[in-house]
Design a protein around this ligand. Sequence first.
Ligand code: NAD
Ligand code: DGY
Length: 321
Amino acid sequence: MHKIVFLDRATIAPQIRLRSPAFAHELVVHDRTAPEQIVERLAGASIAITNKVPLSAAVLAQLPALRLVAVAATGTDCVDKAYCQQHGIAVANIRGYAVNTVPEHTFALMLALRRNLVAYRDDVLAGEWQRSGQFCFFNHTIHDLRGARLGIIGEGVLGQRVADIARAFGMVPLFAARKGKTGAGRLYTPWDEMLATSDIITLHCPLTPQSRGMIATPEFRAMARRPLIINTGRGGLVDEAALVQALDEGLIAGAGFDVADGEPPAADSPMMRIAARPNVILTPHVAWASDEAQQTLADQLIDNIENFVAGRPTNLVDSAY
Ligand SMILES: NC(=O)c1ccc[n+]([C@@H]2O[C@H](COP(=O)([O-])OP(=O)(O)OC[C@H]3O[C@@H](n4cnc5c(N)ncnc54)[C@H](O)[C@@H]3O)[C@@H](O)[C@H]2O)c1
Ligand SMILES: O=C(O)[C@H](O)CO
């Protein structure tokens, strides 16, 4: 009989229904699991469910019964997939569930920052409208999306939907070629050209050893049009100290982030130090979290587990990802 252990059920909202897998099993559910509890809790489990509890090689090496890590997310950066691949542990993720929720959140950040909604709201609350003496006032510039060039990093499910919505707004979406690769091809804009010509840059790629820190000081200095940076991908894709410096030096117009390098970020972290600025919006990794998307995720999570046990696994992730 399979023993299934869910390490962090509290990362999915309580109203989301998690159906019981349709095979003989024992299911143990923990709301949260601290690093020092992982090995003890997964002892004897053949299937581990994790959303964000890290499963490092050192931890996995102590779990000889483990056969499947079912990640309750698209991003699998919390799992040492190279170790899993070498030791016959399958890793499955959730795909396509966020195709509405993340692009909608991405555009919410873009619109709010392009139109300076946070700054105007602060002004209204501070009495600026009354002081202006007329029906409107112009303390902050406002830019339309129509005509803006949108650099998109990552051309998967989310990057493509963002491009579709961008076209509907009359924007010009540009899929960035891989950093460091020459010869962009018909569908891709060379990396340097994307940096130099975008009015907004949005990240939709996984966090891997290759993509960590892909936007750092040299990239900010190459952003000739003072773009907005939107990151709903993963903390760690953008070097946060370099982001603060880029904002301080006016190299970028603003930042809309749903993720941080280390979550929750420490109170004195770079992201928290800039979070109150009017041209910064930081949301707590909730772009994925519409009720609709969460239910799709929960259903697909159990599908993945049932399919694995039935011998026809779905959504397996290899170590390159
Ligand atoms: N903030 C959130 O709530 C939230 C929700 C869902 C997904 N995400 C993040 O968004 C990412 C993308 O999701 P998706 O559903 O589009 O995944 P996907 O697998 O469909 O697409 C990922 C794309 O990134 C590309 N890619 C891989 N490595 C790259 C690199 N080094 N540089 C540039 N591109 C690279 C892949 O080729 C692929 O086209 C996930 O990996 C996850 O980290 C965040
Ligand atoms: O990768 C994902 O699916 C989101 O970050 C939610 O965990």
